[in-house]
Structure formats: C-alpha cells, structure tokens
Write a protein that binds this ligand. Structure first.
Ligand code: 5GP
Length: 122
C-alpha cells in the first residue's frame, strides 16, 4: 500500500502539528499519545516513511530498524518504566484496528496493565 504523506504522524514529523515530545534522534521521534490508555502512553515512530510494521520490517534499512528499536528501549528507560515493567504494542492493518498509517510502537506503563488483550476475539 502506498504511503500517505498526509497522515497525522507525517504532519507531526514535518512540524506541521505539535506534539508533546519525549525523545528525538536520527531514527525516531517519541511523543505522548493524545488519548492515553495508561498513566504513561507514548508513541515511538520512525523518521522514515513506513506505513506499518509490515512495511517497516520489509523495507527499512538495518540501521533504521536498529536505531528505531534502540530508541524504543531508550524511551522506556528515560521514563523509568523498566524496573516495574511496561508493554509495547504495534497495530498492523484492519484486524488490529490500526488507525494511523505510519508505523508506530505504543509504550504503556506506570500501572498494572492487565491481561494482554481486553478479551478473546470473536
Ligand atoms: P493505532 O490504532 O494506529 O495503533 O494508534 C494510533 C494512536 O495515535 C492512538 O492511540 C491515538 O490516540 C493516537 N493519535 C491520533 N492522533 C494523534 C495526534 O494528533 N497526536 C497524538 N499525540 N496522538 C494521536
């Protein structure tokens, strides 16, 4: 699927829409989710134009993949989530109800996050 350069995270990356920034480096930008689902809910996005986990894992360079996942870990450490634990999640496509077509990892923390899924799928 072609990348939609007008998606909301592309606009955040271009500075056209503000975000509450947590971390930025060569490969990744991290910011607080606008509608948090946990006391800490941060999104980490790659700087490159990748629409989803599938696109990123298939087409990003080794440096982009390594840099991105290093950033996810660094953000969790910077937010002091590591000792108590945290959850990361990436939605790909319709079954996962991905809303924004720019690859992103959610980081949830600072609370007991409950079971992995809210309920069994129908
Ligand atoms: P998805 O369902 O695609 O995995 O998650 C998209 C996430 O992006 C949602 O948790 C939603 O709250 C968040 N989001 C959507 N629009 C914005 C925005 O303009 N700013 C921020 N910070 N988060 C957003």
């Amino acid at each position: 699927m072609a990348y939609d350069s007008n998606n909301i995270f592309a606009k955040i990356l271009r500075g056209e829409i503000p975000c509450s920034k947590v971390h930025e480096d060569e490969y990744a930008l991290a910011f607080h989710d606008i509608n948090p689902q946990a006391p800490v809910h941060v999104l980490v996005i790659p700087k490159g134009a990748y629409g989803s986990m599938d696109d990123f894992s298939a087409n990003a360079s080794e440096a982009e993949i390594a840099g991105f996942f290093r950033a996810v870990g660094a953000v969790a450490r910077a937010l002091a989530l590591t000792a108590a634990g945290y959850r990361i999640l990436a939605n790909h496509g319709a079954n996962a109800r991905q809303e924004v077509p720019h690859f992103h990892v959610h980081i949830f923390g600072q609370a007991d996050l409950g079971p992995m899924l809210a309920g069994k799928p129908a």
